[in-house]
Design a protein around this ligand. Structure first.
Ligand code: PRP
Ligand code: URA
Length: 210
């Protein structure tokens, strides 16, 4: 099985991504739009959640209406930049438990180091949607998803804003069962492991630490 990789065909998603790609977009605007993108990507990544019909009463009368057949998936943000996406994801799933995974990439080796793991207990029952704006070499997302699986999740999805072909290939080789939803697939990585044309350092732009 090869990891499904999907870019939703959505004009708003494309326009919002263009705004955060622009060099001149300030940190406050970047963070707000990243949250809006988080809401769209979350809704797209979970569009095929299982449903059943339930009998309900509207103010006018009874009907059978669809409800989710299982509890909502946990949201897991990869720190720091995943927090920007999480803000919007929580508007879509306000009741979902939230996990945090702190990972930072070494600027020379490009290898991620884990510094925080706080995951919900019910990953096994709910599954998880893992959020990080950037899939560059894929190292951070691959490690994060190892952790989430190790904590019991069998149904895992990943959403990012910009992906590099190198990252998608690495991710597919390790987690072929985890679907990826992205706003864009860019050209390549540069010699410093940044996505080209990308949007720069998502964490720094989100938190004003450039
Ligand atoms: C960025 C980004 C991803 C990672 C992607 O985080 O948010 O987590 O790099 O790169 P990769 O696919 O090559 O692993 P970074 O490590 O810079 O940490 P930050 O969010 O705290 O800035
Ligand atoms: N991390 C980022 O924030 N941006 C990139 O382009 C690559 C890794």
């Amino acid at each position: 099985m090869s990891t499904p990789f999907r870019i939703p065909d959505h004009a708003l998603l494309r326009a919002k991504l263009t705004r955060i790609r622009r060099r001149e977009t300030d940190s406050v605007t970047f963070r707000r739009i990243l949250a809006e993108i988080g809401a769209i990507l979350t809704s797209e990544a979970l569009r095929d959640l299982g449903e059943v019909e339930a009998g309900i009463e509207t103010p006018v009368g009874p009907m059978r209406a669809p409800v989710l057949s299982a509890p909502e998936p946990c949201l897991v943000a990869i720190l720091r930049a995943g927090l920007g996406l999480l803000e919007g994801a929580r508007i879509v799933l306000p009741e979902a438990p939230v996990g945090h995974l702190g990972l930072v990439r070494d600027e020379h080796t490009l290898q991620p180091t884990e510094y925080v793991v706080r995951l919900p207990r019910d990953l096994a029952d709910r599954g998880a949607l893992v959020l990080d704006p950037m899939l560059a070499t894929g190292g951070s997302a691959i490690q994060a998803i190892h952790r989430v699986k190790q904590s019991g999740a069998t149904s895992v999805r990943f959403a990012c804003v910009v992906a590099a072909p190198e990252g998608v290939a690495a991710f597919r080789a390790v987690h072929p069962d985890v679907p990826i939803t992205a706003a864009a697939l860019d050209e390549r990585l540069n010699e410093r492991g940044y996505i080209v044309p990308g949007l720069g350092d998502a964490g720094d732009r989100c938190f004003g630490t450039e």
